[in-house]
Design a protein around this ligand. Structure first.
Ligand code: NAD
Length: 183
């Protein structure tokens, strides 16, 4: 029987660690579904990119690695305000699957309780390949470009991602109370 697995992430932005995970999963299963989580989110510090931008970044990055893209399906998945309903919500948005790869404890927990074969992929250079760190470096003007695949970098430059991040990080202190910001 065909083995099809799902891997869900926010991919804000997709980085080199994600790409290593995709390659590893495709060594173990026939087909991979990449779920773009929090698909309704964009233009916030935690989720700066739209689902469409993330989909473009992922498909261009996959094409460059030489991965057979007929084995990969990308689906946007909006959040729901109820964790216990989320697994059935994901199922309704995705091609059928029996295996779930995730390093996210909540995602692992929810799919385990629903009876799925849940596997934790290895972490690749997590100190560097880390979405939060990349977004922080963009705001602070530090080097981040080497942490994302070249096609992702190209799209981020095209959409002025650094400018977007810096604008999103600005606070109007006259209108908003000062609060600790999560990046
Ligand atoms: P993410 O983009 O931060 O991470 C995606 C995956 O990549 C994770 O499994 C993580 O462990 C892995 N990863 C990150 N860096 C790596 C590296 N260097 N090497 C190897 N693997 C690495 O996304 P996330 O926040 O984990 O995505 C989960 C999504 O599921 C979110 O969109 C969340 O909102 C959604 N979700 C929604 C609900 C709900 O709507 N109720 C419930 C649970 C989860």
């Amino acid at each position: 029987m065909l083995k099809r697995a799902i891997f869900i992430g926010r991919f804000q932005p997709p980085h080199k660690g994600h790409l290593e995970v995709f390659k590893k999963i495709l060594e173990e299963v026939d087909e991979l579904i990449i779920g773009i989580g929090s698909a309704q989110e964009s233009h916030t510090i935690e989720n700066p990119f739209t689902a469409g931008e993330r989909m473009l970044m992922l498909s261009k990055a996959l094409a460059e690695t030489g991965i057979d893209t007929s084995r990969v399906h990308i689906v946007p998945i909006p959040d729901v305000n109820n964790n216990s309903l989320w697994v059935s919500h994901v199922i309704s948005f995705s091609p059928p699957f029996s295996i779930v790869y995730s390093g996210n404890p909540l995602v692992q927990r929810l799919f385990k309780e629903a009876g799925f074969d849940v596997r934790a992929p290895p972490l690749y250079n997590r100190q560097e390949y880390h979405g939060t760190k990349i977004r922080k470096h963009m705001i602070e003007g530090k080097r981040w470009e080497h942490l994302v695949p070249k096609p992702v970098l190209k799209i981020m430059l095209e959409i002025d991602a650094v400018d977007r991040m810096r604008d999103l990080s600005k606070t109007d202190y006259l209108l908003k109370p000062k609060r600790k910001r999560q990046i």
